[in-house]
Structure formats: structure tokens, C-alpha cells
Design a protein around this ligand. Structure first.
Ligand code: GUN
Length: 284
């Protein structure tokens, strides 16, 4: 039976460390790291995510400001706000909550954020640096996934991983981070043929497709590490992308939903924000 990777506990420990870093920053330089979050429209899930991000900032002493714009906000209004935040030295980090209303061009908006303040790691500059193996802001969920895998203590080099999902937010950056650690990575998606066999050959499975319990327990290679990124609301409550009960009988380590990847994503946002502030203020 698998060990359960306790993302909540690992995230709590990371937050403790960040709290003392923020305290030292304030004490030695009288500077408070600042994050600005922009929310456009009234997507209910986004509202909750943004609220949770604000609360987490408060917990570790980061100053967070929220800009809530109406759904009919124009391209120019949004770009002007980003430009103002780019130029505000008290704002070290900027996050535009996705998804944006479909009228707005997400790529254009993300490219307007200064790469030095891009704590989501979605700007092509940071994406390119990640792909090249250069220091960059790493998207929060993939960064959290790597921390969870590393918490098991396994040596990654030479392992085989299947990443299920090819989004810019999770699948693609996770694949590149694993590759950077000398893992052999297969990225699978909705058009992939022979998925069960591919997953069965994987030492590490990262499931990020947003379909409840899509990955069956019997597809898991005995001894594999299973990271479940899914947060699916079902009639029976929250479900991951993996059939947890059956998968945990075969895996060596597995993340629960909730309490696995979710808390890590926010902890990594806080970590990237502190990092952005340190770099901007040359505080090492
Ligand atoms: N929406 C879902 N996940 C994310 C994320 O990691 N960052 C942003 N900005 N929006 C999201």
C-alpha cells in the first residue's frame, strides 16, 4: 500500500520558512513583498481561488492587492492596469487569474506582464528559459509537483514518467521540469493511443486532464509514484483524475485529493512572490 504524500503538511512547512524570510526582509530592509492579483469577470471558481491566494499572502506577511474588474472590461483597460502595475515598485509580483473572458486575448495579456513580475511563469520569456534549463519563474503547480515528487526521496535520473495532459499551465511545464532532471518523459493527451499500456510502463504518473477517476488503479505500475493534479467536482464530492482507492494499492507513493497538489500550488505562488521581491530589491 502506498505512502500518502501529505501536500498540506509540506506546504505548511514551506509557508513557515517563507514567513521568516518575509520577516527578515521587513526587519533588514523595511520592504514588504507585494503581489497584485487581477480578476476579470465573476467566474465563481476563480473568485474562490483569488480569495484563497489573498488569505495565504496574509498568513506569511506578503502584501496582496486585488483588482476585480467587470466582465466587460476592455483590452485597453486591462493592458493599462498591467502597465501601471509593471511600473509600480511596491508591486513585486503580478498574477492575472485565468480563464479570462473569451473576448480577451489571453496570450496578449500574459505577454504584457513584466517577466520579472511574472510569478505564474506564463510569460513566453519565462517559458523559454524553463525549456532551456535556465533560471526562471516556474509555474506554481508544476513547481509544487516537483517538490512533492522530491519529498519521496527517490532518484529521478533515468526514471520513466507519463504526464497526462498537455496544458501550458501544468502538463507542458511539468514535462520540461522532469526532463531537466534526466527523466524520460512521455506526454499523453486525449488523442493518445494505447494509454493504459503507456501508463503501466511509467515509474512516475502525473495526471492533469480534469476527468474524475479517469486513470484506473490497474493501469498503475506496481511501485510507481502517482501525482494527481485533478480537482473535479462530482455528485460525491471532490475527485481527482486517478481512481485513488485502487491506485494506492499498487503505487509506492500517491497524492490525495484534496490535500495533495492543491495546497502546494499556493505555497509555490508565495515562494515565487518572495523570490520576485528579493530579485527586484537585490536582497539575497
Ligand atoms: N487558473 C487556474 N490555474 C491558474 C494558475 O496557476 N494561475 C492563474 N493565473 N490562473 C489559473
Amino acid at each position: 500500500m502506498a505512502g500518502i504524500i501529505d501536500g498540506k503538511a509540506i506546504a505548511a512547512k514551506i509557508k513557515e520558512g517563507l514567513m521568516s524570510e518575509v520577516e527578515r526582509f521587513k526587519r533588514e530592509r523595511n520592504i514588504t513583498p507585494g503581489l497584485s492579483v487581477i480578476l476579470v469577470g465573476d467566474n465563481p471558481a476563480s473568485r474562490i481561488y483569488v480569495k484563497n491566494k489573498g488569505r495565504a499572502c496574509e498568513e506569511v506577511g506578503i502584501r496582496s492587492t486585488q483588482h476585480t474588474l467587470p466582465a466587460q472590461t476592455t483590452r485597453k483597460e486591462l493592458l493599462d492596469l498591467i502597465s501601471a502595475l509593471n511600473g509600480d515598485p511596491s508591486v513585486h509580483a503580478i498574477l492575472v487569474q485565468l480563464p479570462l473572458p473569451s473576448r480577451l486575448d489571453t496570450h496578449e495579456v500574459l505577454e504584457a506582464i513584466s517577466p520579472e513580475k511574472d510569478v505564474d511563469g506564463f510569460h513566453p520569456y519565462n517559458v523559454g528559459r524553463l525549456v532551456c534549463g535556465r533560471p526562471a519563474f516556474i509555474p506554481c503547480t508544476p513547481k509544487g509537483i516537483m517538490r512533492l515528487i522530491d519529498s519521496t526521496g527517490v532518484t529521478l535520473s533515468g526514471q520513466e514518467a507519463v504526464v497526462l495532459g498537455r496544458s501550458n499551465v501544468v502538463g507542458k511545464p511539468t514535462a520540461f521540469m522532469l526532463l531537466q532532471r534526466d527523466v524520460t518523459v512521455t506526454v499523453c493527451h486525449s488523442k493518445t493511443r494505447g494509454l493504459p499500456e503507456k501508463i503501466l510502463s511509467a515509474d512516475i504518473v502525473v495526471a492533469a486532464i480534469g476527468r474524475p477517476e479517469f486513470v484506473k488503479g490497474k493501469w498503475i505500475k506496481p511501485g510507481a509514484i502517482v501525482i494527481d493534479v485533478g480537482i473535479n467536482r462530482t455528485e460525491r464530492g471532490l475527485a481527482g483524475d486517478v481512481e485513488f482507492g485502487a491506485a494506492k494499492e499498487r503505487a509506492s507513493y500517491i497524492t490525495p485529493v484534496p490535500g495533495g497538489v492543491g495546497p502546494m500550488t499556493i505555497a509555490m505562488l508565495l515562494s515565487n512572490t518572495v523570490e520576485a521581491a528579493k530579485r527586484a530589491e537585490n536582497f539575497l
